[in-house]
Each structure stands twice: as C-alpha cells, then as structure tokens.
Write a protein that binds this ligand. Structure first.
Ligand SMILES: Nc1ncnc2c1ncn2[C@@H]1O[C@H](COP(=O)(O)OP(=O)(O)OP(=O)(O)O)[C@@H](O)[C@H]1O
Length: 546
C-alpha cells in the first residue's frame, strides 16, 4: 500500500489517508473506529470500500470530506487538507452523497437541484442541463414531484443526483445503490466508469453488495477500523487464492483475528461480525402453531382502540426519552428562556437612572440655581417655589444640568448631551402666588408665567416617557406638599382621572368599567378645578431627533 503511495505522483492522487486514528466516546472509554488506517485513491479510478456494518466506513468518508476530524494521522484530498481554506473540500471539488438522505420534503426535485446548484454557484441553465442528464441516467420521477411523495429508493437517487450535479472531481458515495433495482444499479455503475475513465474523476463508493464492487478498479477491505487489504479485485482474488471477494474478506478477517490473539494488533472495540455470527438461530415453530398464534394476535388487535390519551402518552414518552438521551438540549430548553429573561430584565426591565436634564431657572441667578436645594424653604409661602419643585426631583434618576438660556438648553438636547430641558420663568413664584390669590380672574399671561415648560428628546421614546412620568410625579409631590402646608387637602393635587383596573370576566370585557373619568364639576367643587388651573405643568413634547 505504502509502496503504491510512493510510486504515485501527487497530481495523480485523489485521496491519501495516513495512519488515521479516531475514536468516539471519552478518552477513558474510547470506541476506536479508525485504527492507524492507510488508504490510497488514484484519480481516474473507482474505489470500492467494503466492510461490515459498523466497521467505520462512514466515519472515514466524513473525515475525507472534512465533516469530521481525525484524532491523529493525515488526510490529503486532491492535494489539500480537507476543511482548510482554499482546499475546496468540503466544497465544489467534492460531491458527497451521505448514507442518510438530507432532502427537504417540502422541495420538488427541481427545487432541490436548484438549491444545491446555487450553493455551488451554478446558473439556472447549467442546473437545468445537468438535471436533464442526471434525471435520464438515474431514472428520476418528473422534476416537479415533491420529495415527500418519493419512495426511499427514489430519494436516494435524488441525493445521488445532487452529489453529481456540479460535476465534482471527487465523488464520495455512501451506499448509493441501496434500494435500487439491478438494471438501474448497472446503469449507475456504467456512468461512474465513464466519468472515471473519460474525465479522470475519482469515485469512492461503499456498498454492501460485495460482488457489485468487482466493477471497481480498486477495493479496500475494511474491518474494525483498519484496511485488511487494498488492491484491484482480480489481484485480491488471485493473491489470496480465492474464488470470490467474499472468500478473500473471510480469509483476511480470520487472519486478523489470529494476529489479534497473538497480540500483534490492538483493537479496543468488540467486533460486530463475530457478534452477528455468534447469534443462535431460533428453532422455527410448527406451521399450525404459527397460524394459531397469528389468529390469536388478530383477535387481540381488533380489540385495540387508539385513544387520544394513548397518543399523548406516547408523545410524552418520546419527548422525555429525547431529552433524556440528549440532556444538553434540555439544559438549553430550560436555561435559554431564563437567560433571555435575565438579559431582558437587565437590559430593559429596570428604570433608567442618572438621566441628564437641562434646567433653566430664570427665577434665580445662575450661582443660586446650582444651590437651589438649599433655598427650598418649607411652609405655605416660601420665597422660591421653583426650588421646592427642584427638591422633589429624584437625583438618582434625574441629574440636573444648569443652563443660562432656553436656547442653550435646547441645543444641549439636540446635541444629545441631555435627555430633555425644563424651563421655569422669571416670575414663577410670584405668578403662582398671584394665581392662587386671584384664581377666579386669572389671566392667560399669569398662567403662562406660572407654568413650567419641558422639552424632551423624543428620539429615545422610552426615556422621554420615563422623564415625563418622573417630572409629573415630582410635580405632584411638590403640589401636594404645598397644599398640605397651606392647610388644604393634598387630594386636591391629584389628577381628576381615576384609572380603575378590573379583571377580565372570562371572555367578556366591560369596556365601560375600564376607565372611569370623574371630572369635577365647577359648581360643586370649584376649588379643585381651579387648583388644577393653578398648579399647571405643561409638557411640550417637542420632537427632537438627533
Ligand atoms: N457520532 C457517533 N458517536 C458515537 N459512536 C458513533 C458515532 N457515529 C458512529 N459511531 C459508531 O462508530 C462505529 C462506526 O460507525 P460508522 O457509521 O462509521 O460505520 P459504517 O461502517 O459506516 O456502518 P454502516 O455500513 O452500517 O453504515 C459504529 O460502531 C457506530 O456505532
């Protein structure tokens, strides 16, 4: 084997595998699947990889196409290492037909071909031409047939067509002829012979039909993760003095066992072949008894009635088993929503803090403004009402930044330095007091003077809404305290809208009870309505997009 590798120049090599070693499971309990395996596939040849079920063929092929990695050893495919950038493997250089078809039931044959064609960068015309050719060779059903409606064998042929579609240099086919009738199997082989001989392509094919593999140029007999032999079929038969390839395989398998007993090779995995050979055939039941049993079973079956509960139970059992076998997914299923919730709560769940707000207070000189909290005196008649209001603003949530003029503060909002701007006019306290005194004849000018203007940056709507809510709450606290200090019920400072929350009574929704507006009537409670005129806070939602 190695001698041949040395003889073949690199350009003639399609695949070379050297000392491939791979196991599944943990390091403590490894299940060795590839055990120092060597393999050489030349261009322009069909390589038949033969071996019992579970001997590691699929594992080897997936390593060659770069879907799995070896623990040690080396693989070269068309001169490059599979899985490395620029190697084209996996990619356009290789066509791989896996053992399990990976087709979407929702697609038609044409959709499937277009899908794979697009992956390989083919144009629609190129896909159509290749599809036409392959549909003929592989006797595929009409191109618009949905995959869902294909038989198992037909699906395998579509999968084979997908592997052949982009005309790759190397074809790796994992049991492509399973479920294919002998005539079609013959035409598939004919096609493979043609592309290898005329187009110098290389094909690696696994099959369980040993005699079918006689058409291959070279055969690798694989057992327990190693290649027992690798040569042309006729050479193998001649060298080992056998009549069939099956006999060669048996002879070499026996020899491998003998060597193992002598301790010449080390294998850590129990051989599947021996296991199957070791099974004891059950004695067949007499025909009459079998028929009786069948009748008995039929009677039992008639009594069976599928129930929804039974279906639910089996569904539950299946789901439980699935998670039991794949605990990682259960962890993901439980932990992911928790993580999502935590991220959400952390990111948007809590209230914003330290929001900068521009304050322009024309009631005080600039130096005094920064020290406004110290000027907030208690009582019904304090000198600076604006400071009483400032005092109610929660410093953890709103951080005041003082500006001299309204325009400056608006510029700060526009430039994103602050989230909004609050303006208190020069006659605020005076106007507010006068408004209280002469509330029945209060002029619009006086109302303007006693109002506070707020402009918010609406480009961050939740922040603006939060600021608006906070400022209104601060104002309410301010108004209530002031009312109390003036021996007026603090309830007069409440907004005259009572929002009542009711619980939904089944599907019936009492819309009328949802919101109760108790607007005070001027003739009954003149004081309250006037107080609301007095304590006006105007929020101007000036939309400022930065
Ligand atoms: N992902 C995996 N994890 C653990 N063991 C695995 C895994 N895949 C395969 N095996 C085991 O590795 C061994 C080789 O499997 P592999 O599929 O390569 O065999 P194979 O020769 O292709 O078999 P077949 O001809 O039946 O497809 C088997 O014993 C299998 O149970």
């Amino acid at each position: 084997m190695s001698a041949e590798m040395d003889v073949l120049p690199d350009v003639e090599l399609a695949v070379s595998v050297r000392d491939a070693y791979k196991f599944y499971g943990s390091k403590k309990k490894p299940v060795v699947v590839l055990n120092q395996l060597n393999m050489t596939v030349a261009r322009g040849c069909i390589y038949g990889l033969l071996g019992a079920s579970g001997c590691g063929k699929t594992t080897l092929l997936t390593c060659i196409v770069g879907r799995r990695k070896l623990m040690s050893g080396q693989i070269l495919v068309l001169g490059g290492k599979p899985g490395t950038p620029g190697s084209g493997v996996p990619g356009p250089k290789v066509g791989y037909m896996p053992q399990e078809t990976a087709l979407l039931n929702e697609f038609t044959i044409r959709n499937t071909m277009n899908y794979f064609g697009k992956i390989y960068g083919m144009t629609t015309d190129e896909v159509e031409d290749r599809m036409h050719l392959l549909c003929g060779i592989l006797e595929l059903p009409p191109k618009d047939t949905q995959i869902l409606h294909l038989s198992g064998g037909q699906k395998r042929r579509v999968s084979l067509a997908a592997a052949l579609l982009h005309d790759p240099e190397l074809l790796i086919l994992d049991e492509p002829t399973v479920g294919v009738d002998p005539v079609l199997r013959h035409s598939i082989w004919e096609y493979l012979v043609e592309i290898t001989q005329k187009q110098n392509k290389a094909v690696i094919i696994t099959t369980h039909y040993i005699e079918e593999a006689r058409q291959a140029d070279k055969i690798g007999l694989m057992r327990e993760g190693t290649l027992l032999a690798e040569d042309a079929p006729e050479n193998l038969i001649r060298k080992h003095d056998c009549e069939t390839l099956e006999d060669v395989f048996l002879k070499l398998s026996r020899r491998q066992e003998e060597l193992k007993e002598l301790g010449i090779t080390s294998q850590s995995r129990s051989p599947a072949i021996e296991q199957s050979q070791g099974s004891i055939e059950k004695e067949p039941l007499p025909v009459v008894r079998v028929q009786d049993k069948v009748q008995e079973e039929r009677k039992k079956m008639r009594k069976l009635k599928p129930t929804i509960l039974g279906a639910l139970q089996s569904q539950l059992m299946m789901t439980a088993l699935r998670y039991y076998r794949n605990p990682g997914s259960l962890y993901f299923l439980v932990m992911f929503p928790i993580l999502q919730l935590l991220v959400f709560v952390y990111a948007v769940g809590h209230e914003p803090r330290s929001l900068p707000l521009a304050i322009v207070n024309e009631e005080l000189s600039f130096d005094n403004v920064t020290n406004c909290v110290g000027l907030a005196e208690p009582g019904c008649d304090p000198p600076f009402l604006s400071c009483r209001l400032m005092n109610e603003i929660n410093p953890e949530q709103i951080v005041p930044q003082f500006y001299l003029t309204w325009n400056e503060s608006l510029d700060a909002v526009k430039s994103g330095k602050v989230k909004g701007a609050l303006h208190i006019g020069p006659n605020f306290t005076e106007a507010w007091k006068e408004r209280r005194e002469v509330w029945q004849e209060v002029s619009d000018e006086l109302i303007d003077d006693s109002e506070i203007a707020v402009s918010l940056d609406m480009s961050e709507l939740p922040i603006a809404q939060f600021l608006s809510k906070e400022l209104l709450a601060s104002y309410k606290r301010f108004a209530k305290q002031l009312l109390q200090d003036c021996n007026i019920s603090a309830r007069h400072g409440d907004t005259p809208i009572q929002v009542k929350i009711i619980f939904f009574n089944y599907s019936k929704v009492y819309f009328n009870d949802m919101f109760k507006f108790s607007v005070p009537r001027a003739d009954i409670r003149p004081q309250q309505s006037e107080l609301h005129r007095l304590y006006g806070l105007r929020i101007n939602f000036d939309v400022i997009f930065i």
